[in-house]
Design a protein around this ligand. Structure first.
Ligand code: FDA
Length: 309
């Protein structure tokens, strides 16, 4: 119930405007957000790199409704790709299609605009030996996101990948579809609210599907991200590696900034690839609410820390 509450709150415009403007909101968001500026995000990536952990930088933003906002987002991503190359950071970038115009109506906007903007980012990444990950949003975008990733990968092979969500019934087929084209994928459980007609309603079923798909993608020969903080699943992956002799670097574990830092460091020390998703920027509200939805205990944690400070 709390999960649904926070997911619903994540799309509430009035509460979003209030929270993003307030000093208190910004302070609390720091639990999961690396900062408001490119400089703070780069500093977070440098810090992670120094600990043997890679980063994926995410300039927060989604559901933009103006072309100018989409172009502003794009400019930040080009700046990130330049900074990563100049500083030789071990980092790539993650972007959402609704952040670069997917939902904007009108001629030359919408999917066409999003594909042009992401295409330019992927081209930039290809030129700097880097990589763009297209995050996966709600199920209204699943097919369009996969299809766009396929077209972009055909033009710049290996410079783009996307995310598949284990809670969707269709994902087993999508895994095979991406493997067949050698497209890199991040496997996650899924962070949106989806109807029972298309997604497993029970967490136990999502977890079981995750484990099945994780073994398939990790041993497919296509490099993949195992994106979870679930210790039982991570342990299953460790055992799978030990039993099959799979190269520890055939995949990487991925976790979110501010979540299970202890586990991130431990896995890196064990020789596994670890990448942390580093979100930053002023548009932190929906991302932050989805993190509370995943673990409502975070609300208590935040409240305690807030009143202690
Ligand atoms: P689960 O939710 O079962 O949590 C397992 C344990 O992890 C919890 O018991 C708790 O200890 C810890 N934990 C999990 N979330 C926490 C939190 N917010 N705060 C503190 N502890 C927490 N989703 C999506 O739909 N599209 C996407 O593109 C992405 N991208 C993405 C990238 C990366 C790097 C990660 C790690 C995750 C995503 N996700 C995502 C989010 C993903 O779908 C999922 O909602 C969260 O990762 C939570 O699921 P877990 O797999 O961690 O398991």
């Amino acid at each position: 119930m709390l999960r649904s509450f926070f997911i619903a709150l994540s799309t509430n415009k009035a509460f979003r405007a209030f929270s993003e403007r307030s000093t208190m909101g910004r302070r609390v968001s720091r639990r999961f957000v690396a900062g408001m500026s490119v400089e703070e995000a780069i500093a977070a990536a440098e810090h992670l790199n120094a600990e043997g952990i890679e980063a994926t930088l995410d300039s927060l933003g989604e559901s933009v409704m103006q072309v100018s906002q989409a172009e502003e987002s794009a400019a930040i991503y080009h700046q990130l790709l330049d900074e990563i190359a100049a500083r030789k950071l071990r980092a790539n970038v993650s972007v959402k299609l609704t952040q670069v115009g997917m939902d904007i109506g009108g001629h030359g906007a919408g999917p066409e605009l999003a594909e042009r903007i992401v295409g330019e980012m992927v081209e930039h990444a290809a030129m700097t030996a880097n990589f763009v990950r297209i995050d996966m949003e709600g199920s209204d975008y699943t097919e369009a996101t996969i299809a766009m990733t396929e077209r972009l990968n055909a033009r710049w092979p290996g410079a783009v990948g996307t995310v598949l969500q284990a809670y969707l019934f269709r994902t087993a087929d999508d895994v095979e579809r991406l493997i067949a084209q050698g497209i890199r994928m991040r496997l996650c459980k899924g962070a949106y609210k989806e109807p029972a007609e298309i997604a497993f309603p029970l967490k136990a079923d999502v977890d079981a599907n995750y484990v099945k798909l994780m073994k398939r993608v990790a041993s497919s020969g296509v490099f993949c991200g195992i994106a979870t903080h679930d210790e039982a699943i991570i342990e299953t992956m460790r055992q799978f590696v030990a039993q099959t002799g799979l190269d520890k670097r055939a995949f990487e574990f991925q976790m979110l900034y501010g979540v299970r830092r202890d586990l991130q460091r431990k896995l890196a020390a064990e020789g596994f690839g670890v990448r942390v998703y580093v979100p930053f920027g002023t548009e932190w509200y929906p991302y932050f609410m989805r993190r509370l939805a995943e673990r409502p205990a975070n609300v208590l944690f935040l409240a305690k820390n807030f009143f202690r400070n």
